[in-house]
Ligand binder design. Structure first.
Ligand SMILES: Nc1ncnc2c1ncn2[C@@H]1O[C@H](COP(=O)(O)OP(=O)(O)O)[C@@H](O)[C@H]1O
Ligand SMILES: [Mg+2]
Length: 265
């Protein structure tokens, strides 16, 4: 009995080693300049996800980094659908973990929160993907979500040939009032159709492309039933209103607009 148990454990160990070996071989085979750069930043599980996507053709090519942040890196890539943005969450940031919990706990869609960081970051990426899907279905101008696996999210690339569309902060607008009203309209639609509050709307999370605002960065967006939903909505409306007020736009009264959103008028 004891002997069998020992053998069983040994087989398990060997199988594990074999799996690891295959993974390493796969990584070596796929090695290229871009991949070498990736390998310096990402851990093995992340690299495996990227290789799998490349092998399956979900991703055809992965080019350089578009933007490197504290919590994620965004790359330009190609898929069957054309240019894509590949957002890869870093799995190592401790601060990130603390920050995320505020938004995930209390959202009825994410009741079971794993205490393990990696699982939490995978959940965070999936949450951004699902939020994008909801917003996209509500006909809000957002990057079309394509797929998510682990900490890797693929969406349509907004911009041209690897050059992302400018963010609101970097743009001087021809018709600021029109853009302001469109953003408010998106906030309204987001709340009443997608049943979401973005929670981080600012001149940094809106791109201007083809004279229209594009909302992005949806990971922290919450369901309207989240206990913080109202405060986040209020803050979103206030932030964007202050930004346009400074541009000289005749802005709306924040309290009145928030009331209109909540009461769906
Ligand atoms: N779909 C996209 N198309 C083109 N560029 C994008 C896209 N999504 C993100 N980016 C670029 O990456 C940057 C960071 O993306 P964001 O989602 O805001 O990540 P973070 O959570 O790190 O703030 C953006 O400011 C933008 O320049
Ligand atoms: Mg952002």
């Amino acid at each position: 009995m004891e002997k069998e148990e020992k053998e069983g454990k040994l087989i398990e160990k060997l199988e594990l080693r074999e799996k690891r070996y295959i993974a390493e071989q796969l990584i070596k085979e796929k090695r290229s300049e871009e991949m070498e750069a990736l390998e310096e930043v990402f851990d093995k599980p992340t690299l495996m996800i990227i290789y799998r996507m490349l092998n399956r053709g979900i991703l055809k090519k992965l080019f350089g980094v578009v933007k490197a942040g504290k919590e994620s890196r965004v790359y330009w890539g190609k898929s069957k659908e054309g240019d894509v943005a590949v957002k890869i969450y870093l799995t190592t940031s401790k601060e990130f973990r603390k920050g995320m919990l505020t938004y995930i706990e209390g959202d009825p869609r994410f009741k079971k929160v794993s205490k393990e960081t990696r699982a939490l970051i995978y959940l965070w990426a999936k949450k951004e993907f699902k939020n994008l899907q909801l917003a996209y279905a509500a006909k809000i101008n957002v990057p079309k979500p394509i797929t998510v696996e682990g900490n890797v999210l693929i969406m349509k690339f907004i911009g041209k040939a690897g050059e992302p569309a400018p963010i609101l902060k970097e743009t001087s607008l021809e018709k600021p009032t029109k853009i302001y009203n469109e953003i408010l309209n998106y906030i309204h639609l987001l709340y009443n159709k997608a049943k979401l509050v973005h929670g981080d709307i600012s001149e940094y999370n809106i791109m201007i492309w083809k004279n229209k605002p594009v909302l992005f960065d949806f990971a922290q967006a919450v369901s309207i039933s989240h206990p913080m939903a109202y405060d986040l909505l209020y803050r979103d409306v206030k932030n964007i209103t202050l930004y346009f007020q400074k541009l000289g736009v005749k802005t709306k009264n924040v309290d009145e607009f928030v009331k209109k959103v909540v009461e769906n008028i």
